[in-house]
Design a protein around this ligand. Sequence first.
Ligand code: UDX
Length: 437
Amino acid sequence: MRLSVIGCGYLGAVHAASMAKLGHDVVGIDVDQAKVNELAAGRAPFFEPGLPELLAESQATGRLKFSTDLADAAGADVHFVCVGTPQRKGEYAADLRFVDAAVAGLAPYLKPGNIVVGKSTVPVGTAARLADQLAEDAPGAVLAWNPEFLREGHAVQDTLSPDRFVYGVPDGAAGTAAVAALDEVYAAPLSTGTPRLTVDYATAELVKTAANSFLATKISFINAMAEVCEASGADVSALADAIGMDDRIGRKFLNAGVGFGGGCLPKDIRAFMARAGELGADQALTFLREVDAINMRRRSKVVEMTREICGGSLMGKRVTILGAAFKPESDDVRDSPALSAAAQMQLQGATVTVTDPEALQNAKGRFPELTYEPVTENALLNAHAVVLLTEWKEYRNLDPAATAALVTDTNIIDGRNVLDPAAWRTAGWTYRSMGRP
Ligand code: UDX
C-alpha cells in the first residue's frame, strides 16, 4: 500500500520505518527540515534501539521517503497522523494545534476513499470533531482513530508486534472501508494472531488515555506504598514482589523510585483530567490529581534524601546524577524526574554534574544551568553524593569499590532501587534507596 505518515517524532519516525518494513511504500512528512534530512539520509534523529537498522534497510529497498512538503502525501491511500499533543503552557489541557494543522493541511490532497488515521493521543471527542471537519474539507475521505501504545526504547518491537490493535471507526461499525484498509496495512502482524478491536471513536480515544492513566496509577500506588515503607521500616521492593505474584495485580510497573516522567504519562493524565472537567465528569478523575501529586512528591523526596546524606545542606556540595533521560534506552528528557531533581538540588546550592549515555545533548537544551559530563568516571570524580535516577545498565553494573575510589564522600542514593544494598554497604558506602530500609 501507499502510506503517508505526518509527523516524524518518536512515534511517527518509528511508525514510518516500521510500515516500510512491513512492505508498504511510505512517505514521512515533518516540518523540521533538519530532521527530514537526517531521516532521508538513513540516520535516526533520536536514540531508539532498532530504528537505525530499519532506516538502513529502507534505504536499500527504496520504500521509505521523507519530505517537508505535505503535497508529497498526495499519492498515498492511507495517511497516519503522528504529530505531538503536548501539554498547553500553564494549563492541564492538551495542545491540539499540531493535530488540527495536520488534518487541515492534508485535506486539499485527499481523494475520495482515502483513509486518514489518527495515532496521536487526543482528548475524547477530538476524532468526531475532525471527522466533521474532513466531511466538509475533503468529501469522501474517511477518518479512523488507531491509538499507538508504543514504549520508547521498545518502539520498533511494539510497533511491529503490538499487544493489540484498536480501530476507532464511525459508530464502531466493523465492515467499513477504514477497517479493511487498516487490516491491509497491518496484515503481517494480524496474520500472527495479534488481536484487534473495532470500536467507536470515543472508545478508541479513551482506550489510550485509560491505559496510560492505569499505568501511572500503578506506579504512584507503589510509590505511595514506598512512602509508608519509609515511615515504617518496611521494604517496598519485597512488598512489590509479593503482591505482584497475585496474577490479578502483576509485578510489572510496580517499581518504586523517583517516579514516572516522559512525554506521555504526566501530560496524558493531566489532559484527561482537563477533558473530564469539560465533560462535567471531573469527579470521576479526582484520583488522578493524587496520582500526579504522589509522583511529584518522589522528586522532592530524592532531593531531601540527598540533602540529608550530605549532612543537612546542599550548599557547596558536589552531587553527581547518574542518568538524565526519563528512562533507560531513551534520549528523551521530557519531564525527566532525574533532571527535575537535579535542577532542584542546584537551586539549593549544590554543584550538580549530570551524566547519561544518550541524553546529554537534549538535557543541555532544557537545563543549561547544570554541568554535563559524558564519561561516567569523570562525572563521579570528587562527588559528595552520587544519585542514581535513570537505571541504565552501566549504572546498575557499577562496581562499588572502583566507584568509591573516585568520590570524595561515599554517599549513594538509589532512586530506582536497582543496586544491591549489601554490596554497596560492604564497600563502605552510606547507601539509601527509596522505600527500602
Ligand atoms: C508510556 C506507555 O507505557 C506507553 O504504552 C504509551 O504509548 C506511552 O507512554 P513511555 O512513556 O515510553 O510509554 O515509558 P514507560 O516505559 O511507560 O515509562 C514511563 C515512566 O514510568 C518512566 O519514567 C519510567 O521510569 C517510570 N516507571 C515505569 C516507574 O517509575 N516504575 C515502573 O514500574 C515503570
